[in-house]
Design a protein around this ligand. Structure first.
Ligand code: FAD
Length: 463
């Protein structure tokens, strides 16, 4: 990695987290000529993709003092996006067909994503920058610098304090459960668990289970649980109030309903469609909350109704920029490439190659964007959910830092993939109709000399 020729200034930068966003942030910062220290609580790189059979002691994650298990990955998890569009742009996530220990499927298991991230870290020598088993406990601005306090797990009583020119927060946002409110749930006698703490279906054997949420995790977990449960009932907020349908799954025990009306003290759950089931467990697949427990901004930043504010283009808090930045906040859609483009922007702003507008201008832009959300009737809690506007957002950031816009085939793969997920949640990972987009992706990789030959077929099954 050669530093940029047109480097203006090199900064000493702390990156918090060595998941996908921290790894690419470290690489881009280093490429730009900055010195980088990555702090990582775990023993290895990979973040969310490090599966742990352990889950947290509090199944709903409500106790703020509970020991944290970072990953929300369940044993059966396969990616919810095709691998071609997932990988970083100059390190494509292509199958290692000659290595039988790897998963060559187009939608591989979580282990394959971890292996890919490990390969990436090795290729770009990122591990050399990482301080493993070191948790950042406080980050605060002090005299124009950023003071980072950390604890090594070998010696928890010892805290270390180091000053950096800048801090890039890459700590992830799929660890703090958002638990949807159900009227009457306080006196409902059954068990409750959030998907963050779901690992395997075994504990639900012969139970009647209600799963709340019907997108990627809800669709997966309800089908996983249905393999052993007596009945599984999915409450789907997006569905009409009259929705009640038995789904065609091999176990013949899965129903979809409208959202829940109430939970009752006799153990029943009543849906808005008027149906009631006597349930043993409720599984919340209702998403996550942003949380940065280590961050002290003297009241400048806050999280209100899951909006992290103020944050210009989801990356820079105007008055604290560019010393503090966030990579990876917007959820859904293309993730790794978004981390890559945001990281390039942060690196370029820190070196002075690219300048940010004045803080007042950034605030004006933010206020206008909040007003736009309100006018469109988009709730505050969806501020960082970009949905269909993600590609415009990424093109804007890419232009700002002088990198190529996102390849259209990537966005098309995501859109077609999500359409399949909704229309065919059972088999969307193994039955697809976008071979044209796969071919386009591989031709793109070949034209950029990222792969040495065009594969003659694309594996449809794997381990
Ligand atoms: P993480 O991977 O969570 O990494 C954050 C890192 O920060 C962790 O290693 C953590 O230990 C560390 N950390 C946190 N706090 C501290 C601290 N105080 N001190 C030191 N270290 C700290 N995306 C896709 O592209 N495709 C998919 O198929 C897909 N499937 C998903 C399935 C599930 C169930 C979930 C929840 C998400 C999925 N995603 C998927 C989104 C996924 O989160 C991102 O792709 C990405 O892996 C997130 O990377 P990250 O680096 O932002 O966060």
């Amino acid at each position: 990695m050669a530093p940029a020729q047109n480097l203006v200034s090199s900064k000493h930068v702390a990156v918090i987290g060595a998941g996908a966003s921290g790894l690419i942030a470290a690489r881009e910062l280093h490429r730009e000529g900055h010195t980088v220290v990555v702090f990582e609580r775990e023993k290895q790189v990979g973040g969310l993709w490090i599966y742990s059979p352990k889950s947290e002691s509090d199944p709903l994650g409500l106790d703020p003092t509970r020991p944290i298990v970072h990953s929300s990955v369940y044993e059966s998890l396969r990616t919810n996006l095709p691998r071609e569009c997932m990988g970083f742009r100059d390190f494509p996530f292509v199958p290692c067909v000659d290595d039988f220990s790897r998963d060559s499927r187009r939608y591989p298991s979580h282990r394959e994503v971890l292996a890919y991230l490990q390969d990436f870290a090795r290729e770009f020598k990122i591990e050399e920058m990482v301080r493993f088993e070191t948790e950042v406990v406080r980050v605060e601005p002090v005299d124009g610098k950023w003071r980072v306090r950390s604890k090594n797990s070998d010696d928890l009583s010892e805290e270390e304090m180091v000053r950096f020119d800048a801090v890039v927060v890459c700590s992830g946002h799929y660890t703090e459960p958002y638990v949807a409110h159900i009227p009457g749930i306080k006196s409902w006698p059954g068990k409750q668990i959030h998907s963050h703490n779901y690992r395997v279906p075994g504990p639900f054997k012969n139970e009647v289970v209600v799963v709340i949420g019907n997108f990627a995790s809800g669709a997966d977990i309800s089908r996983d649980v249905a393999k052993v449960a007596k009945e599984v009932h999915v409450a789907s907020r997006g569905s009409e109030a009259s929705t009640y349908e038995k789904l065609s799954v091999p176990t013949n025990n899965l129903w979809i309903h409208s959202e829940i009306e109430t939970a009752c003290d006799d153990g029943s759950i009543v849906f808005k469609n008027g149906k009631a089931v006597h349930a043993d467990t409720v599984v919340y697949c209702t998403g996550y909350k942003y949380k940065f427990p280590f961050l002290e901004t003297n009241g400048y930043m806050s999280i209100d109704d899951n909006r992290v504010e103020p944050l210009y283009k989801h990356v820079f808090p105007p008055a604290l920029a560019p010393g503090l930045s966030f990579v990876g906040l917007p959820g859904m859609g293309i993730q790794f490439v978004m981390f890559e483009i945001q990281s390039k922007w942060v690196a370029a702003v820190l070196s002075g190659r690219v300048t940010l507008p004045a803080p007042e201008k950034m605030m004006e832009d933010l206020i206008a964007s909040y007003a736009m959300l309100e006018a469109l009737g988009i709730p505050k809690r969806y501020t960082h959910k970009l949905g269909k506007i993600q590609s415009n957002y990424l093109d804007w950031v890419a232009e700002e830092c002088g990198c190529q816009p996102v390849e259209p085939w990537r966005t098309q793969q995501v859109d077609r993939g999500y359409e399949r997920l909704v229309s065919n949640p059972e088999n969307y990972r193994d039955e697809w109709d976008d071979d044209d987009l796969i071919k386009e992706a591989y031709e793109d990789f070949a034209s950029k000399k990222l792969i040495s030959f065009l594969p003659s077929y694309f594996p449809k099954s794997g381990r």
